[in-house]
Write a new protein. Structure first.
Length: 364
């Protein structure tokens, strides 16, 4: 069994990222074999997988197995920056390039010189930045914001996404030429529910890890607890598993973890039901219907602009469900935050950004 841990695992206790990967399940061993074959090359790599599956860990392992292992590994989350700051963060800026730029600053491409640059959530990169990233990959040089002087770069790019970039290309939200530039060495990281052989080894690892951190004597999992761990669908993947074990250790008795100690919530098995407050998918004094039944009733009403109405309701309800968090809304819908923001602006939930407003004006 192979094991990969994040070098700063304990600093990520509140993160949704996975801090350890175990390779014991046959699918995981097949994945590890693919990583080890792709790592020595200089090809751009694209890692695809759900949140919490360990995409950054795979990226770090690729770096550690490559000829660049002694050079920097720089990890950047493309969804963490405001759209106005992305260019400065990636490519750097010169003094006076914009208000507040009191000194020159190297971007992440320069910071990763000779090593590996990991761009997480690449699907959240704004379209105008996709154009500039494509040019950087083609020319192998960056131009800082406020400068005209190109700076040569020697960086291997590893990207990751939890959305289907091919679908984003079809929808017009991701550049096709950039997609093919990134889609050279691809690695699909299966969710935890698809590699059950890793569940119990991971649980045992987290059990020992958190016992040490909490100063507890060694705890154990009951047979019933192990069965429940294997039956759970793990929508939050490895991070959810770690949080469940951590919680169980805090409440279990006699250092024996029972199923009720895990505090698991399986949202995937709740079924897709219409919210009772939604005028689109329910009627007063009536129990929520299935999605199929609700749509059938809407079709019978022969409403105008039905598709737009359904789409608007889906985005409004998802945004409300996520308490106004655009990134989480994108995750539950399986699309990028940029798409979510554009749709919310279009239907009037968000104030339209100056850039979007100018694009709309140009169209009219």
């Amino acid at each position: 069994m192979a094991l990969i841990t994040h070098p700063h695992a304990r600093e990520l206790t509140k993160s949704v990222r996975a801090t350890v990967l175990v390779f014991k399940d046959p699918r995981s061993l097949e994945l590890l074999n693919r990583i080890e074959r792709l790592a020595p090359s200089e090809a751009n790599a694209l890692i695809m997988g759900e949140t919490g599956t360990g995409k950054e860990l795979v990226a770090r392992h690729i770096h550690n197995l490559s000829e660049r292992r002694n050079e920097p590994f720089v990890a950047v989350n493309c969804g963490a920056f405001a759209e106005s700051l992305v260019e400065s963060e990636l490519f750097g800026h010169e003094k006076g390039a914009f208000t507040g730029a009191t000194s020159s600053k190297a971007g992440w491409f320069e910071a990763a010189k000779g090593g590996t640059l990991f761009l997480d959530e690449i699907g959240d990169l704004p379209m105008n930045m996709q154009v500039k990233l494509l040019r950087v990959l083609q020319e192998r040089e960056v131009v800082r914001l406020g400068s005209r002087t190109p700076i040569p770069i020697n960086v291997r790019l590893v990207s990751a996404t939890n959305v289907n970039l091919a679908d984003a290309v079809v929808a017009g939200n991701f550049r096709e030429d950039l997609f093919y530039r990134l889609h050279v060495a691809t690695i699909r990281l299966p969710p935890l529910r698809e590699r059950p052989g890793d569940i119990l080894p991971l649980a045992e690892f987290f059990l020992e890890e958190h016992c040490q951190r909490l100063g507890y004597n060694r705890a154990s999992l009951s047979t019933e607890c192990e069965r429940k761990l294997l039956e759970h669908s793990w929508p939050g993947n490895i991070r959810e598993l770690e949080n469940s074990i951590h919680h169980a250790l805090l409440v279990c008795l006699n250092k024996r973890v029972q199923p009720e100690d895990l505090h698991l919530v399986d949202m995937r098995n709740h079924g897709l039901r219409a919210p009772t407050s939604s005028p689109l998918l329910s009627t007063p004094n009536q129990a929520p219907a299935s999605l199929e039944e609700s749509l059938a009733k809407l079709f019978e009403q022969n409403l105008p602009n039905l598709y737009e109405h359904i789409e608007e309701t889906v985005f409004r309800e998802a945004y409300r469900f996520c308490h106004g968090n655009q990134l989480q809304t994108g995750r539950i819908l399986g699309i990028s935050r940029n798409i979510v923001r554009a749709r919310l602006e279009k239907i009037g939930v968000l104030a339209q950004s100056p850039r979007s407003a100018s694009l709309e004006a140009a169209k009219s």
